[in-house]
Design a protein around this ligand. Sequence first.
Ligand code: FES
Length: 158
Amino acid sequence: MFEEGEHMIESILKRYPKERRFLLAILQDIQRTYNYLPRKALNEVREYLDIPLSSLYSMATFYRALSLKPKGKYVIRVCDGTACHIRGSMNLLEEIKRELSLLPGEITPDGKFSLETVNCLGSCAIAPVMMINERVYGNLKPDMLKEIFSSLGGEENG
Ligand code: FES
């Protein structure tokens, strides 16, 4: 997956002078391109900026928007905070497991979906809640999920 887009790293690096202060911007560009920070890409950044790998990793783990693990094109975040838990978030996770064969922390083999659980999305009034990328879905019932997921599949094909 990374090999195919390897030239993308070069084109990202070319946009920036070889200065450490551009590290975050470079990592953000890589994250946007691959949906995570591939190890090979980090090695190239390390060489380009001539900084230790440990500095890269500490920045990559500090910022929530950066991820060392692959994420799907669609990142599903199911809230498992108290309000959502009481109102059935576990049933949503069960349904996602059934529909997409996906457990929290995993990504589908085609790279389309990844799943995370979060503590509170700040929308307790419409619990149970999940987000897919930036979109919030509230008052969810398990039988609503299939349609939501297939609408995203349709978007990709259309
Ligand atoms: S507990 Fe789920 S949105 Fe607050």
